[in-house]
Design a protein around this ligand. Structure first.
Ligand SMILES: C[S@@+](CC[C@H](N)C(=O)[O-])C[C@H]1O[C@@H](n2cnc3c(N)ncnc32)[C@H](O)[C@@H]1O
Length: 333
C-alpha cells in the first residue's frame, strides 16, 4: 500500500471502513467523495460494487486507487480528479463523503469542513442514499430529521461520528458501535432513541453489586438508557452515565466492575481502605466530579511500594450519588 503522512492521518481505519461498507452492499454504483488515500475506498471496493472516486488531490487519488486494488484487484473504479462540487453523480445510487477537517498541518475550527457539512447533507437531494463522516464532537442538533448518527469507538477510544440518510438507516436515530479486537464479530452495535432530555424520566436508584462504565460511543449517542434496559441496569444519578445492577452481564458496550465498597467520597477513608486491601494496582475513574486525578492518585497511594504483588487490582470510581460526592471501590469481575 502507499501513503502520505497527511493522508494516512486523516484516513479511516480498516476495521471501521469495513464496518461502514456493509451498509452500502448491494446498492449499486457508489461514489466515495473526498477519497483521500482510500481508507474507505478499499472497503467499498471489497463489496464488489462499481465505484466512483473523487478527490482534487491527484496524488491522493492515485494512491487511493492503488490501495483499493491491493484489496480488490478487479474493482471497477472511475477515478476523477476534480472538486467534488463539480462531480457528475448521474447513475450514482449512494454517496459516502469524508470532508477534509484540515488543510496540510492546519486544522479547521471545530465544526468546519471542506466541503461544509450543509453541502454534504444536501447531497441527499440528488442521490438516494448518503453517508457523511464527521468529527465525534459534532453537535447532534445538526443531524437532519430521519437521519441516523452513529458514534464509533475502537476499544475505549471514540473515533468518529457518521450521519446516514434515511435510505441507509434501520429506523433508529442513534447508534453506538464498538469495534472489537477479538471474537467472532468485528463490531458490536447498539441502536435506539436518545435518552429523554428530562432527567426525571430516567431510571435511577441505589447502587447494586455491579457497576458499568459505558463506552464513550454509548454516552455520545445518548444511549445509556437503552443500554440500561438491555442489561437490566439503572443509573445511580440521572445526570451521570454510570449504570449499576445486581446481576453482572458481560457487554462490549461497557466496562463491568464489581463494587466492593460504596461510600461518601473522603480521601483519608479511601486511602486507609486501600491500605487494608493490599492492592496490586490502582485505576481511577471520574464522572461528574471535579478534581485532578494525578493529585488524587498521589494522595490515595503516596508510595508505589505500598502496592502488594498478588493483591486485587482496584478501580476507584469517583462520582455523584444522592447529590453528594461519592466513591466506589471496585474490582474487575
Ligand atoms: C479526510 S480526507 C479523506 C480520507 C479518506 N476517507 C480515507 O479514509 O482515506 C479528505 C480529502 O478530501 C479532499 N478534498 C477536500 N475538499 C475537496 C473538494 N472540494 N473536492 C475534492 N476533494 C476535496 C482532500 O484532498 C482530502 O484528500
Amino acid at each position: 500500500m502507499l501513503f502520505t503522512r497527511a493522508g494516512l492521518e486523516q484516513s479511516t481505519s480498516e476495521a471501521l471502513a469495513r464496518h461502514r461498507a456493509k451498509r452500502f452492499a448491494g446498492l449499486g454504483r457508489v461514489a466515495d467523495l473526498c477519497t483521500g488515500i482510500g481508507g474507505d475506498l478499499l472497503a467499498l471496493a471489497a463489496t464488489g460494487q462499481p465505484l466512483v472516486a473523487v478527490d482534487r488531490d491527484p496524488g491522493h487519488l492515485r494512491i487511493a486507487v492503488h490501495n483499493a486494488h491491493v484489496y480488490a484487484p478487479t474493482a471497477a473504479i472511475d477515478a476523477r480528479c476534480e472538486d467534488v462540487r463539480a462531480a457528475d453523480l448521474t447513475g450514482v445510487r449512494a454517496v459516502f463523503v469524508d470532508p477534509a477537517r484540515r488543510s496540510g498541518a492546519r486544522r479547521f475550527s471545530p465544526g468546519a469542513s471542506e466541503p461544509p457539512l450543509d453541502w454534504c447533507l444536501a447531497l441527499a437531494e440528488r442521490v438516494p442514499a448518503v453517508a457523511v463522516k464527521a468529527a465525534p464532537g459534532l453537535p447532534t442538533e445538526l443531524v437532519p430529521p430521519g437521519w441516523e448518527i452513529e458514534f464509533v469507538a475502537d476499544g475505549r477510544d471514540l473515533k468518529e461520528a457518521a450521519l446516514y440518510s434515511p435510505a441507509l438507516t434501520s429506523g433508529a436515530s442513534r447508534r453506538a458501535t464498538v469495534l472489537l479486537a477479538s471474537g467472532a464479530a468485528p463490531a458490536a452495535t447498539l441502536a435506539g432513541e436518545p435518552d429523554p432530555p428530562d432527567p426525571g424520566a430516567r431510571t435511577v436508584s441505589d447502587p447494586g453489586a455491579f457497576l458499568y462504565d459505558p463506552s464513550p460511543a454509548v454516552t455520545r449517542a445518548g444511549l445509556v438508557g437503552t443500554l440500561g434496559r438491555q442489561l437490566e441496569a439503572w443509573q445511580i444519578d440521572p445526570m451521570i452515565a454510570f449504570l449499576t445492577s445486581d446481576q453482572p452481564v458481560d457487554t462490549p458496550f461497557a466496562r463491568l466492575l464489581r463494587i466492593e465498597t460504596s461510600l461518601p467520597f473522603d480521601v483519608r477513608r479511601l486511602a486507609a481502605l486501600l491500605r487494608t486491601m493490599g492492592i496490586s494496582a490502582l485505576d481511577l475513574r471520574r464522572r461528574g466530579l471535579a478534581g485532578d486525578v494525578d493529585t488524587l492518585r498521589r494522595r490515595l497511594l503516596p508510595d508505589r511500594r505500598e502496592l502488594v504483588p498478588g493483591g486485587p487490582a482496584v478501580t476507584v470510581v469517583m462520582t455523584r450519588h444522592h447529590d453528594q460526592p461519592w466513591a466506589f471501590v471496585c474490582t474487575s469481575r
